[in-house]
Design a protein. Structure first.
Length: 286
């Protein structure tokens, strides 16, 4: 029986190779664009500024950190360099391998946060653009069990505003995450209170425009080649379409072309439908 093609792993591999070529690092997060022109050449500076902002919310002292959804290990690498001890939870086998290579010295757990069996205790549970992928019923209660007395939760992620109405006919809306009001209710019912927070929506929103510009370049190339083959070699074009159909369903092909050529994913739409929040949570007294 033929093995299923892991398109996610392939996409991550290609995407990380491109980011590494462009910036010299494998950061899988938004940039902070305050004071920067929104160009590919400034992406590394914007991502470094994001990391500086995020680390500004770390509690003092050397910490035992659980990096939940650790991407390719770049954030953990920087935390290790600051003298912290780090364990990473990441479900992707490909990303787990990158974490082991990039963040030497970190302990890597190849599993979801829900399946994580570590006992801790940790001084900090860190969610850098990973909180949105974990059910609220699991995230904060499990953090409460894993943290040492005085431990904190640090979240940097998108939350949906009340303007978000789901995927609409004109295409996917940028960003993502839990509804902000639902998250606030979950915090109120949890063992935690917010002890620091900042809205950085405006500063990260230009990342969407830069990303879409890249996809438009790729989309132009794809459509230009397809049109040329279609007009000059219609039989070959038909055969190529059939081959592509073996790997991608029509729905996936339509979604891909929407991503490559669409105009709905913009910084303005991101600001409307999302709030990008940095929040630090401490244990509730009593």
């Amino acid at each position: 029986m033929a093995k299923k093609i892991d398109t996610r792993a392939v996409g991550l591999d290609v995407g990380l190779a491109f980011i590494r070529w462009l910036t010299g690092a494998e950061n899988l997060h938004y940039g902070l664009w305050t004071g920067l022109d929104v160009t590919a050449g400034n992406l590394r500076s914007a991502q470094d500024a994001y990391t500086v902002k995020l680390f500004g919310y770390l509690p003092e002292g050397r910490l035992r950190i659980l990096d939940i959804g650790g991407g390719a290990g770049e954030t953990a690498k920087k935390l290790l360099a600051l003298g912290h001890s780090v364990e990473i939870v990441v479900p992707s086998p490909f990303l787990a391998a990158r974490c082991r290579e990039t963040a030497k010295g970190a302990i890597v757990h190849e599993c979801t946060f829900e399946a994580f069996q570590g006992a801790g205790p940790f001084d900090l549970c860190l969610f850098s653009e990973s909180f949105q992928y974990i059910p609220l019923a699991e995230s904060l209660p499990k953090c409460a069990r894993l943290l040492a007395p005085g431990g904190r939760v640090l979240i940097a992620d998108c939350f949906r505003t009340e303007a978000y109405q789901g995927r609409r006919a004109e295409g996917p809306q940028p960003g993502g995450g839990h509804r902000l009001t639902v998250f606030q209710g979950a915090v109120a019912a949890s063992a935690f209170v917010v002890d620091a927070e900042e809205d950085i929506t405006d500063a990260v929103a230009p990342s969407i425009d830069l990303e879409q510009q890249l996809f438009h370049v790729l989309g132009h190339g794809v459509t230009r080649i397809s049109d040329e083959i279609g007009s000059k070699r219609p039989t070959a074009h038909w055969a190529l379409s059939k081959v592509v159909g073996l790997f991608l369903s029509r729905k996936r092909r339509d979604n891909l072309m929407q991503r490559l050529t669409g105009t709905t994913r913009t910084a303005a739409a991101f600001r409307l439908y999302n709030r990008y929040q940095i929040l630090r949570l401490g244990r509730r007294e009593g």
